[in-house]
Design a protein around this ligand. Structure first.
Ligand code: KE4
Length: 431
């Protein structure tokens, strides 16, 4: 039996923490078996409590684009900690961080810091409703924006009908203000807005979808969303919690050249500490309290430690060539995995943008949730387990993405490709 200590720790945790985890996906329910308990991380590696080393492609679900325990991040934190951990009062560093964010993200003229991606999207939605005076929200099936009641909503019976709750505890009434459409379906967006545009406060989208596996926007999709929302005076919200400072220093909006009205950030900007942010045009952001009537607050918002880690992270990422090198590594690994799958005759659909990768176990081309959900999740689970056993740590779900950090070197990538060759071969033989 392997991972003895992890198993022991998990059985203890399950007695006092729901499902034994503080976030559901960590429980390995989608792949079977028990989660790996991590003792520490260093660079591209994590080490479990049984002493086993893994090449890490989860990177804490995206934040650790510089790898684990980056010396400059740790040094910045140590310096910040010596001055105290939190004040609940303004600090100069928050203004420094805010100016770095608005200088990097093309559409942001003002920004507010919060503590998570969920808080960022929740606040952006409230702001959109307060600014427009409208209630309806549009999202896309397969996109995840955090555990916001208005966004835990699935498509109604027919496309573009009123939403129904996608979680217990979400009121039907609230869900009916959210309309869910298929990702990449601009025709459906056009039809919806032509009928209900005047009631729609905002459309929120992951400009590159990372929560149904990795699905890239079709040519013209994002531009179309920009035109349609502007035409109807609805706000376009880019949820860049994953893509912000991931696909480029200016996020997906910088990469694709689209300016949303509001942007939500998280993950990378905290350098591994809890941070979220939302921002946009001043004419919209000035509606946020204490300036305006839309309320949003947070005890630890702008926390000095998280801000210090964020500032240091952005300083390192702003170095010329950083994203080109990350993209080369992403393309190299994606090609290697596709080749390994093809050699083993395992049909897959791959996607890659920068250091963000996805691999669906389906022969179909994946453009939305409907096609993503044709994936063979049993085959994925066997692939996941084989990779894990051989020391490669992937996201424990077919419907997540993989992340490469600046700490991943070509030795890591080659080892991962060789490991995948074995894993794919084992799938083919059924072992
Ligand atoms: P948090 O509240 O988890 O910081 O962010 C929510 C969120 C918002 N928007 C996007 C596009 C996101 O991907 C997320 C969170 N992502 C998940 C994994 N895909 C976090 C992992 C987890 O839930 O444990």
């Amino acid at each position: 039996m392997e991972r003895i200590k992890s198993q022991e720790l998990f059985s203890q945790a399950k007695k006092i923490i729901p499902g034994g985890v503080n976030s559901p996906v960590r429980a390995f329910k989608a792949v079977g078996g028990n989660p790996v308990y991590i003792d520490h991380g260093q660079g591209s590696k994590i080490y479990d409590v049984d002493g086993k080393e893994y090449i890490d492609y989860v990177c804490s679900w995206g934040p650790l684009i510089l790898g684990h325990a980056h010396p400059q991040i740790l040094a910045a934190l140590q310096k910040a900690m010596a001055k105290g951990t939190s004040f609940g009062a303004p600090t100069e560093r928050e203004t420094e961080f805010a100016s770095m964010l608005i200088n990097a993200v093309p559409s942001m003229e003002m920004v507010r810091l919060v503590n998570s991606g969920t808080e960022a999207t929740m606040s952006a939605l409230r702001l959109a409703r307060g600014f427009t005076g409208r209630n309806k929200i549009v999202k896309f099936e397969g996109c995840y924006h955090g555990h916001v009641d208005s966004l835990l909503v699935k498509a109604g019976s027919g496309a573009a009908t009123l939403g129904t709750p996608d979680s217990a505890g979400v009121s039907v009434a609230l869900a009916q203000d959210t309309i869910t459409l298929p990702y990449n379906d601009l025709k459906a967006v056009k039809e919806l807005f032509s009928k209900h545009g005047g009631q729609i406060a905002a459309l929120i989208v992951e400009p590159v979808a990372g929560n149904m596996g990795l699905v890239l926007p079709k040519e013209g999709f994002l531009e179309g969303l920009r035109q349609i929302t502007a035409q109807h005076d609805s706000l376009l919200i880019f949820d860049e919690v994953i893509t912000g400072f991931r696909v480029s220093f200016g996020g997906a909006q910088g990469f694709y050249g689209i300016k949303p009205d509001l942007t939500c950030l998280g993950k990378i900007i905290g350098g591994g500490l809890p941070v979220g942010a939302y921002g946009g045009k001043e004419e919209i952001m000035k509606h946020i309290a204490p300036l305006g009537a839309v309320y949003q607050a947070g005890t630890l918002a702008g926390n000095p430690l998280a801000v210090s880690a964020g500032i240091e992270t952005l300083k390192i990422l702003s170095k010329p060539g950083t994203y080109e090198v990350l993209a080369e590594k992403g393309a190299y690994l994606s090609l290697g995995l596709q080749t390994a799958a093809r050699q083993a005759k395992i049909p897959v659909c791959a996607a890659q943008v920068g250091s963000l990768l996805g691999l669906f176990f389906t022969p179909n081309t994946v453009t939305d949730w409907g096609s993503a959900s044709t994936s063979n999740t049993t085959l994925f689970a066997r692939y996941f387990s084989s990779m894990l056993k051989q020391g490669v740590y992937l996201a424990p779900s077919q419907y997540e993405s993989s992340f490469i950090s600046t700490a991943h070197n070509y030795e890591d990538l080659d080892k991962t490709i060789a490991t995948a060759e074995c894993a794919f071969q084992s799938l083919g033989t059924g072992s």
